[in-house]
Design a binder for this molecule. Sequence first.
Ligand code: NAD
Length: 272
Amino acid sequence: MEDTGKEPVALVTGSSSGFGMLICVELALRGFNVVAGIRRLEAAGMLMEAAEQAGVRERIDAVRLDVTRDTDVEQMAEHIRSRHGCLDVLVNNAGTAYGGFIEEVPAEVWLAQMNTNFHGMVRVTQAVLPLMRGQGKGRIIQMSSISGRIGFPGFGPYASSKFAVEGFSECLALEARPFGIDVVLVEPGAYGTPIWEKGFTQMSTRKGSPYESMLDKVLAFSRKSASQGGDPKEVARQVAHIACMKRPAFRYALPRSTRLTIRAKGAVPGRL
Ligand code: NAD
């Protein structure tokens, strides 16, 4: 980002674990004051410990932020305005993953998945855009996924939410650019974070489901991805690097070879 002599400020959503927690620490190490959005503040312990160990505890300002709650989002934006007065970087990272076959996923699960992964991003973006527009600068980094570009069996609701993130980000980039705000999509492949434990590796089907035989392949793929995926720190470092770049590209697939590797190895259970 442009050097104005002021300490830069970043907001990271979903900061209690995984990429979000590591991104907070990496940004703090690069001199950012970090507003760490956390769904339930009681869960801030791991982040604070990681920040303490890295010697950047004083740079982390944890705020309660459930991205599905309008009041949390409004209060977070007000907190940034009154406490920090500016926002240089937003990392829209919060997300959940639900595994299930499209025919069998209940409506409330589709809605919940879209509400967190997609509408959560919309809410937070809308809340901070006026501040960034007023500054005439800012950067919004969107945590998409390889699942925002490629469909996998059993990943329907998750992939749909991430494809929505991609469309949203392309439009946002064009609308925000005239105000000095740039938008960057980050598309990680598989990394071993808690999201896999709660999501795809726990997938099941109904008894006697026609998808039973497909389930084993999907579970094997998910368990392998969760255990053999890359080191989440790689993603955190890359995101922090993108936050500091002068002119980042619009899209980063991480690692760059992920998509090619998956295609070449035919590792996915069923390809178009
Ligand atoms: P994670 O489960 O450790 O992190 C997700 C974070 O989002 C958690 O801190 C969780 O509390 C938070 N969260 C969930 N619902 C929320 C809500 N309503 N409001 C606020 N926060 C909420 O897993 P992760 O892998 O670090 O996931 C971070 C992002 O990375 C997600 O958007 C995920 O889709 C994306 N991603 C992960 C992988 C991977 O392989 N781990 C790959 C591609 C993309």
